[in-house]
Design a protein around this ligand. Structure first.
Ligand SMILES: *Cc1c(COP(=O)(O)O)cnc(C)c1O
Length: 422
């Protein structure tokens, strides 16, 4: 039996309608930006394997560091015990984060990093005797993950549809712009006694369609939250570790959030690990002789040493001069493509933040995720040996930073060809 046949007997794939799904492509190895299938066909991973891979596949340095750690200590319970990789990673991450972040809480993915951030904020007000502050403020098209808390603070969509009446009530706002910023600020100020926290994806809503918005308006929202005693959570699960051109998107702001959520690029995309960091103010609200003020949260694999070792190795690479140059280079290549393609009649709009470029295909009125165009585009790129997963009619490139100019040129050229042929 082939691998695909065996897969179809036993596997249920994520985000996949299993009734009529295309057969999955068996991948046997990776190197740099390439993935190879069992027939030796090469694919350029232009979406960094769901936005996690920043330094390329099967990176020898990360592999070596992981292997060392694995033979030293693979895992240990993290309540009552500690280990060098977890402490070292926290020591290195905290000064790198914008603002004054003081403590790291480990989990194992982006959704759970968000769950912890929400619990920190909601319990903060509980612990400090402000029990009426229990509502979360979020963007209408946000995506913060797939567990129930993370789903609740994400936009309502076809993904959340079966669960909508079970999700907790959230105050949703539109992305800020010049026209609506004053009314958003007025609305937030009016709700100050109820709002516990504001969670946001800085500069770009990822799964919500790569929607980009300006730092200055986000800064104004943060200023409003600070003034009105509303805690702030930057969900940098997608934007962290160089994706937007700076190490963290929040470096492009003047105000600093209380909490950061990190995952995806944290381990260089090699292993699951999540981080929720917080400032001293949050941490101190949990210090008490009253046991009920404890943050009762943890996961079996909290602070897995092997995942921490992968993150330390990934940080070494991220902080190297060569990686900064690669990030800048990818940015510049995208900008040139932007200029080249922006007036194409089939391009409704095009936008770029750092190493991410997204273009919206002109479709008339049909913009649904389920539209045939999405699958047509997906297959067109696959046939050309490029992995791109359009979000509805939005095509985006979000590559590992090591991608060469030649491979970028090939992707741009294939997109241009698609614009002519589809
Ligand atoms: C992917 C993502 C998450 C969820 O992370 P998982 O590891 O997939 O659970 C949360 N927030 C943002 C902004 C993301 O892009």
């Amino acid at each position: 039996m082939s691998l695909v046949e065996r897969d179809q007997k036993v596997i249920w794939h994520p985000y996949t309608q299993m009734k009529d799904a295309q057969t999955p492509i068996p991948i046997v190895s990776g190197a740099g930006v390439y993935l190879f299938d069992e027939n030796g066909k090469k694919y350029i991973d232009a979406v960094s394997s769901w936005w996690v891979n920043i330094h390329g596949h099967a990176h020898p340095y990360i592999a070596a560091q992981v292997s060392l750690q694995l033979s030293e200590l693979e895992h240990v319970i993290f309540a009552g015990f500690t280990h060098e990789p977890a402490v070292r990673l926290a020591e290195r991450l905290l000064p790198l984060l914008p603002g004054k972040q003081e403590k790291i809480f480990y989990t194992d993915n982006g959704s759970t990093a968000v769950e912890v951030a929400l619990k920190m904020c909601l319990q903060y007000w509980n612990n400090t005797g402000n029990k009426q502050k229990k509502k979360v403020l979020a963007f209408r098209d946000a995506y913060h993950g797939d567990t129930f808390g993370a789903m609740s603070v994400s936009g309502r969509s076809i993904f959340t549809n079966p669960f909508n009446d079970l999700l907790f009530d959230v105050e949703f706002i539109d992305l800020p712009n010049q026209n609506n910023i004053s009314s958003l600020i007025a609305r937030i100020s009016g709700l100050k006694s109820e709002l516990a926290c504001f969670i946001f994806e800085p500069l770009i809503l990822g799964a919500g369609g790569m929607q980009m918005y300006e730092a200055t308006y986000l800064d104004q929202l943060l200023a409003c939250c600070i003034e009105n005693d509303i805690l702030t959570i930057a969900d940098e699960v997608m934007t962290g570790f160089g994706r937007t051109g700076t190490y963290f998107a929040c470096e492009q702001l003047t105000h600093r959030p209380d909490i950061f959520c990190l995952s995806k690029g944290l381990t260089g995309g090699t292993m699951p690990l999540g981080v929720t960091s917080c400032n001293q103010k949050i941490f101190e609200a949990f210090l008490s002789d009253d046991k009920l003020k404890t943050l009762y949260h943890g996961h079996s694999f909290t602070a897995n040493p092997v995942a921490c070792a992968a993150s330390l190795a990934s940080l070494d690479i991220l902080l190297a001069e060569e990686t900064l140059m690669n990030i800048q280079r990818v940015k510049d290549q995208h900008s040139q493509f932007f200029e080249q393609i922006k007036n194409h009649p089939k391009v409704r709009s095009i936008r770029q933040t750092g190493t991410i470029i997204a273009l919206e295909w002109e479709t008339g009125n049909d913009t649904s995720y389920l539209s045939g165009l999405r699958d047509q585009l997906y297959n067109y790129f696959l046939t050309s040996g490029i992995i791109l997963r359009p979000l509805g009619n939005i095509i985006y490139i979000l590559p590992p930073y090591v991608i060469s100019n030649e491979d970028l040129a090939y992707i741009y050229q294939t997109i241009q060809q698609a614009l002519e042929e589809i």
